[in-house]
Design a protein around this ligand. Structure first.
Ligand SMILES: O=C(O)CCC(=O)C(=O)O
Length: 287
């Protein structure tokens, strides 16, 4: 049957002190080679299979919460050390999975993909212990669509209005999912061309090789440019929730998990083990 995933048991991964400090200071840290070559191969094959499947997210090169319906993707969540890395960065006893997300940026993809954004304004989640591990499955440099970040922006008291370039009207966004545009329009903080102000903003980008992980706060401002190469750029991002993550549903938040999926009370600590399974740390609270 399936090959074993990952190099070691879940829970063994640890960041160095310098990596933990960088994550706290900048909101992002690169963990080189955090996913072993064999697992990278299996993830790449799983993404290839997903791409070849009929109607794979309408050719957008994106899909969310794949782990909940696909055994291979499930094993990458529960059988790798990614959640342990998040626990270490966030200093969290327990880590739950929110969702995994495939990002395939096709050869020649235009610059308009992924303008500067935070993840927080999209999600019905609040808290300080929320982060992603973005796993590179193909090499990329910043100019061929590896991720860039505004260092320290995870500490700004800002919630930026989602911006998708020319597709950013309220109507456009409402077509992406219900009430998304209305929610975006209610946010006053506007993304700017941070890269034009090196005196005010410290932009850090990370060239990556397959197996490198970028670990970043859901509040940090980040983006990726177009992909001018003749090869797709492939990554899978894992969204992790730590101890202080709260369930904060609002109309227009990402419907990948919505109020109809859980009985949790808005404003409560996330404790629904069926919808947000524990991946690292004690399995449940006291019976
Ligand atoms: O893969 C990309 O280009 C975008 C990824 C991203 O924005 C994320 O993981 O939050």
């Amino acid at each position: 049957m399936g090959e074993e995933i990952g190099a070691g048991a879940v829970g063994r991964a640890r960041l160095t002190e310098a990596q933990r400090m960088a994550f706290r200071r900048d909101g992002v840290v690169k963990v080189p080679g955090a996913v072993d070559g064999s697992t990278v191969g299996q993830m790449s094959a799983a993404v290839e299979r997903w791409l070849a499947s009929p109607g794979s997210a309408g050719g957008t090169g994106m899909d969310r919460r794949v782990y909940a319906r696909d055994d291979a993707f499930n094993a990458f969540v529960f059988g790798t050390d990614l959640a342990a890395l998040a626990a270490d960065a966030l200093d969290s006893e327990r880590i739950r999975i929110y969702f995994d997300q495939i990002f395939v940026k096709p050869a020649g993809a235009a610059e308009r993909y992924f303008h500067w954004h935070q993840d927080q304004p999209f999600w019905p989640i609040r808290g300080s212990q929320v982060a992603s591990t973005w796993v590179a499955l193909t090499p990329a440099t910043v100019s061929t669509s590896a991720l860039e970040f505004v260092a320290g922006s995870h500490r700004w008291d800002k919630e930026f209005r989602p911006y998708f370039g020319e597709r950013s009207t309220t109507e456009d966004l409402n077509r992406m999912w219900p009430h998304f545009g209305d929610r975006a329009a209610a946010l006053d903080d506007r993304i700017e061309a941070f890269e034009d102000h090196p005196d005010r903003f410290d932009i850090i980008g990370f060239d990556v090789e397959p197996g490198d992980v970028l670990l970043f706060s859901y509040r940090i401002v980040h983006r990726s440019r177009g992909n001018p190469t003749d090869r797709a750029r492939v990554a899978v991002s894992y969204r992790w929730l730590g101890d202080d993550a709260l369930w904060a549903p609002v109309p227009g938040a990402d419907p990948v998990i919505g109020p109809e999926d859980t009985a949790m009370t808005p404003g409560s600590r996330i404790d629904d083990d069926a919808v947000f399974p524990v991946v690292f740390g004690p399995l449940t609270s006291a019976p």
